[in-house]
Design a protein around this ligand. Structure first.
Ligand code: C2E
Ligand code: CA
Ligand code: CA
Length: 513
């Protein structure tokens, strides 16, 4: 099982991460496509506005030429020659629909109405005195027209463009963009109607462009939602690609999460499913071989793997911090299984529980131990916490506080696997150690290795000098048992006296003893 630094993560967080991993590339892709579509539409409306100005300038060039040709006739009588000249401009010049002459702000001669026609001119109607966008004229009151006025003193000549040409241009210049033509306070839309309210702003890609040569401007743009419509129409392949990469990223994130969180997640699941159970191994007195206590050893009852040994999962549980709730659950199960038989066991029965450096980071363990002891009649059991010598813990203010509080509760401390580490006298004192548990490797050497026997003898001697209780682990043979008992070892533990057993079997054997 690979180790991981991740703590247990809940399902909601993992789902959230997967969604984020998938949606982020999709959102980013859409933002980029949206930006690209917006730019394309901008460019399109810029081109539309430029083309419209080019077209309208061209139309007005024709009216300008007509007016220039007619201006010398202004003030002259509206005779046949003048009327012929007026009609000639209408027929010869493209876009020009009507021409008129005025003298002293009074129109007196027109290509319409068969010549003579009287009406007054208000120069204020004309933007810059030159252009007027009209709703219609007396002949065609509902058809817009644009009148071009050329003045020279009292003389003036007029040439107008038919609204039909204007709306045609507004409609045909672009298939996508909407266009309006604005002259002073009036504007003309593609529907052919002249309005005198302000030009409505376009939601998308609005462009305003004024002609450099005549006093009018055009507005081009698109309605709201056009960018999305454009994206759907133009980028279906890119869209599919973005969604594909999003799903791929989501699957990848999911896979990575699974890989990185599976072992801890599996431990968390097992903890919730109560798969960690206590096994009990008896500890006997060295002199009488009576059962004086037991060591609680954790087993993982895995639904598929069967019974899993602790050295396969304890390091991982310690690494990810789950060892603390796992030990708490183990203490609770132990209390629940043994407490009903409290009256049948001899007072002061030792119950050894293994703890790790993780337990020494805060004071949580004190509450767990207090809860455990409260399950038994006072003084009926002695809780012994076994701390391995393999990984020495740093003495800090917290550990001092922790071990003081534990001693006040009557909890004892055993230094496990003694002889395999490098604990000093100061260390033993710092943590108020009560027992040393001689590592099984020394016991195994009894009778076989002279040097190990010497070390064993020194440990036994040291512990009696320091007034520490001593337990020998891994006693498998009668010879080892005899040797240890003869050397005054207080407690013995090993297969010779009993293997670790599940709760019910252990209790049966305990009662029969
Ligand atoms: P440990 O604390 O030194 O436990 C003694 C180990 O020696 C146990 O192995 C036990 O089954 C085994 N043993 C007992 N008598 C004999 C014997 O006569 N011969 C031999 N060869 N072995 C014997 P187990 O149960 O597999 O546990 C292994 C280690 O896992 C323990 O070593 C302890 O360090 C750790 N462990 C077990 N339960 C817990 C727990 O609840 N919490 C923590 N933190 N560690 C645990
Ligand atoms: Ca132990
Ligand atoms: Ca040990």
């Amino acid at each position: 099982m690979p180790l991981t630094a991740n703590g247990p993560r809940n399902r909601a967080t993992r789902t959230f991460m997967t969604m984020l991993g998938g949606l982020l590339p999709i959102a980013l892709g859409i933002v980029i496509l949206h930006w690209q579509a917006e730019r394309s539409l901008q460019q399109s409306t810029v081109r539309t506005a430029q083309e419209a100005v080019r077209q309208f300038d061209l139309m007005l060039d024709n009216t300008a030429l007509a007016a220039q040709a007619l201006l010398p006739l202004a003030g002259q009588p509206c005779d046949d020659a003048a009327q012929l000249a007026l009609r000639e401009q209408v027929t010869r010049r493209p876009f020009v629909r009507a021409t008129t002459l005025s003298w002293q702000k009074n129109i007196y001669c027109s290509s319409l109405f068969g010549g003579d026609h009287e009406s007054s001119v208000n120069p204020a109607d004309y933007v810059d005195g030159a252009l007027w966008l009209m709703t219609g004229n007396p002949v065609t009151p509902d058809t817009a027209l644009l009148v071009h006025r050329l003045v020279d003193g009292d003389k003036a000549a007029f040439a107008s463009i038919d609204g039909y040409h204007l709306t045609n241009a507004l409609r045909l210049i672009s298939r996508y963009a909407d266009l309006t033509l604005q002259v002073g306070p009036h504007w003309l839309g593609a529907d052919g109607k002249v309005h005198d309210v302000p030009v409505p702003g376009f939601a998308v890609a609005h462009q305003h462009l004024a002609s450099a040569r005549y006093p009018y401007s055009v507005d081009a743009g698109m309605p709201a939602g056009e960018v999305w419509r454009y994206m759907r129409e133009r980028y279906p392949a890119s869209f599919s690609l973005v969604v594909f990469f999003g799903v791929l990223a989501g699957v990848l994130v999911r896979g990575l999460q699974k890989r990185s969180s599976t072992p801890t997640h599996e431990l968390q699941r097992a903890l919730e499913a109560n798969e960690f159970v206590p096994y009990f191994q008896p500890v006997v007195r060295g002199d009488t071989r009576e059962w004086a206590g037991c060591e609680v050893l954790m087993r993982w009852r895995h639904p598929k793997e069967g019974l899993v040994r602790p050295d396969l999962f304890i390091p991982l549980a310690e690494h990810c911090g789950l060892i603390v709730p796992m030990t708490r659950a183990l203490l609770r199960q132990t209390a629940a299984q043994l407490a009903p038989y409290a009256a049948r066991i001899s007072p002061g029965f030792h119950i050894g529980v293994n703890i790790t450096a993780r337990h020494c980071l805060d004071l949580e363990l004190v509450d767990d131990c207090r809860e455990f002891l409260a399950a038994f009649p006072a003084g009926q059991v002695t809780l012994v916490l076994e701390l391995t010598e393999r990984e020495l813990i740093e003495p800090t203010a917290i550990t001092r506080q922790l071990f003081d509080a534990l001693h006040q509760l009557g909890v004892m401390i055993a230094l496990d696997d003694f002889g395999t580490g490098h604990s000093s006298l100061a260390y033993l004192r710092n943590f108020n150690v009560d027992y040393l548990k001689i590592d099984q490797s020394f016991v195994a050497m009894i009778g076989a290795d002279v040097l190990s026997s010497h070390i064993l003898d020194s440990i036994i001697e040291l512990s009696s000098k320091l007034d520490l209780g001593i337990v020998a682990e891994g006693v498998e043979t009668a010879e080892q048992c005899e040797y240890l008992a003869a050397h005054g070892v207080d407690f013995l533990q090993g297969y010779l006296f009993g293997r670790p057993l599940p709760g019910d079997e252990f209790i049966q054997t305990l009662i029969s003893h």
